[in-house]
Design a protein around this ligand. Structure first.
Ligand code: CTP
Length: 408
C-alpha cells in the first residue's frame, strides 16, 4: 500500500453512519492504523445495525462512542473532548441523512453533535442509492458542506446494496486514506511563513551578456505552490524563470546572487521555514563592463571571476529556531556531497539529486531525489513529478519541525 506520511501520528475520529458501506469501515480503520494514525470511532445507532461496536472497538483499540447521553461510555469522553482530540474527522460512509443534518447544523446524536463542535479538517465519503445521490437536495447539502471546506471523496460506480447498478458505492478504503492525507495536508502549514528561493541567478558580464546556469525554477515553484496549497504564507524569491508564480504566493524577482541574498535577508525575519531551491551562481565577473564587449581584435577572452556569497552560509548565523532546507544538485558522489553540504551550510534537511540521471535535474518535469535529515535518516524516493516531490519534502520538513529537532 502507498505510504502517506501526512497520516503518520495523527488522530482520526472516524464517524460511521448507517449504510451498507459500513462493512468497509473495518478495513478503513486497519489502513489508517497501518499508516500510523490513532483511530477513535463514533457510530450512529443505525451504523450498529451494519457492523458491531465490538468489531470496531477491537480493531481501533479505543472506546467506541454511540450515544450522546450514555452514562457509561460518556463518563470520561464527552462530545467536546472527542471533537478537540481529533486532528481529522472522517465520515465513512456518510448517508444522505448525515449530509442533511451536517449541512443544517442538526445535532441530535453523538456524531452530529461532534461534527458541530469539531474545528479540524473534515472528510466525508458519501454512500447511497444512485437516485438519492443525484437528488437535488443531496447535491445542495453537499455544496453547502464543500463551500465550508469539507473535503469529499465521492462514491464510485458498481452494484449497489439495492441490487441496482449505478454511482453510490462508498469509495474504497485506500482511496479514502489517500483523500484523508490530502485533506490533512491542506491545512498542515496554516500559519507558517515560508521563504522559497528558486531559479538560476544571472551575473552580468556587460549590458547584453550574463553568466547563468540551466535551472528552470520548476522545483522551487512547485515547492512554493505546494506550501501555499497547504496553508502557508509563501514568499518566493526567484531568479529569472519563465514560469507564472503560483496563486497566493508573494513573488520577489531578483537577478544576481547578491540581489537574491539581499531579498532573502529582507524577508528572513518574518519566516519560519527557508527553502533554498535556487541554483545560485557561485561566481560573478569581477567587473561589469559598462558598454558591450567587442570581439574585434580578440582571438580569445578570459573573464576574471569573483566568488559570490554563499546565501545559506551567510544566513546561518540568523538561524534561530528556523527550519533550513537546502538542495544539492550533483553529478557524482551524491550522498557524500549532499551530507557535506547539510553539515557545512547548517541545514536541517537537504534534498539531493543526481542531475545526470534520466528524468532528473534541470528543466525536467520530474525528479529522483534523496532526502537526508540531520539525524542521519536517508529517504530515497522514486522518480516522481517535481510537484509530488515538493509534497514529500514538505512532509519530511513538517516532521523535523514538529519534532522540534531543529538545529538552532
Ligand atoms: N547556495 C547558496 N548560495 C550559493 C550557492 C548555493 O545558498 N552561493 C545554496 C543552494 O540554493 C542550495 C545549496 O546551497 O540549497 C547547495 O547548492 P549547490 O550549488 O549544490 O552547492 P554549492 O555550495 O554551490 O557547491 P558546489 O557548486 O561546489 O557543488
Amino acid at each position: 500500500m502507498k505510504r502517506h506520511p501526512a497520516i503518520n501520528g495523527i488522530k482520526v475520529l472516524l464517524g460511521i453512519t448507517g449504510g451498507i458501506g459500513a462493512y468497509k469501515s473495518a478495513e478503513l480503520i486497519r489502513l489508517f492504523m497501518k499508516q500510523g494514525a490513532e483511530v477513535s470511532v463514533v457510530m450512529t445507532r443505525n451504523a450498529t445495525q451494519f457492523i458491531t461496536p465490538l468489531t470496531v472497538e477491537t480493531l481501533s483499540r479505543n472506546p467506541v462512542g454511540t450515544d450522546l447521553f450514555s452514562l457509561s461510555e460518556e463518563r470520561s469522553i464527552d462530545h467536546i473532548s472527542r471533537a478537540r482530540w481529533a486532528d481529522l474527522m472522517v465520515i465513512a460512509p456518510a448517508t444522505a441523512n448525515y449530509l442533511a443534518k451536517a449541512a443544517h447544523g442538526i445535532a441530535d446524536d453523538l456524531l452530529t453533535t461532534i461534527s458541530l463542535a469539531a474545528t479540524c479538517p473534515v472528510l466525508i465519503a458519501p454512500a447511497m442509492n444512485s437516485a438519492m445521490w443525484d437528488h437535488v437536495t443531496v447535491r445542495s447539502n453537499l455544496e453547502i458542506l464543500t463551500s465550508r471546506g469539507v473535503a469529499v471523496v465521492p462514491p464510485t460506480e458498481g452494484e449497489l446494496a439495492c441490487g441496482e447498478e449505478g454511482v453510490g458505492r462508498m469509495a474504497d478504503p485506500e482511496q479514502i486514506v489517500a483523500a484523508a492525507a490530502a485533506a490533512i495536508q491542506l491545512h498542515d502549514l496554516d500559519g507558517v511563513r515560508v521563504l522559497v528561493t528558486a531559479g538560476p541567478t544571472r551575473e552580468a558580464v556587460d549590458p547584453v551578456r550574463f553568466l547563468s546556469n540551466r535551472s528552470s525554477g520548476k522545483m522551487g515553484y512547485a515547492l512554493a505552490e505546494a506550501a501555499a496549497t497547504r496553508g502557508a504564507e509563501v514568499i518566493l524569491v526567484s531568479g529569472p524563470a519563465a514560469l507564472d508564480p503560483p496563486s497566493g504566493v508573494t513573488l520577489v524577482s531578483v537577478e544576481s546572487a547578491r540581489e537574491m541574498l539581499a531579498a532573502v535577508r529582507a524577508n528572513l525575519k518574518a519566516c519560519q521555514w527557508v527553502i533554498m531551491a535556487a541554483a545560485v551562481a557561485d561566481f560573478r565577473p569581477s567587473a561589469v563592463l559598462e558598454s558591450k564587449l567587442k570581439k574585434k581584435g580578440r582571438q580569445g577572452l578570459s573573464l576574471d571571476l569573483t566568488a559570490n556569497p554563499d546565501i545559506l552560509k551567510t544566513i546561518a548565523a540568523d538561524k534561530g529556531n528556523r527550519l533550513y532546507i537546502g538542495f544539492a544538485a550533483e553529478t557524482e558522489d551524491l550522498l557524500e556531497n549532499a551530507r557535506a553540504k547539510l553539515e557545512g551550510k547548517g541545514l536541517d534537511l537537504i534534498v539531493g539529486n543526481d542531475v545526470t540521471e534520466r528524468g532528473s535535474g534541470f528543466g525536467s518535469e520530474t525528479n529522483q531525489a534523496v532526502i537526508i535529515l540531520r539525524d542521519g535518516t536517508v529517504e530515497r524516493l522514486p522518480l516522481m513529478t517535481k510537484r509530488e516531490l515538493a509534497d514529500q519534502i514538505l512532509d519530511q520538513s513538517m516532521r523535523c519541525w514538529q519534532s522540534g529537532d531543529v538545529d538552532g
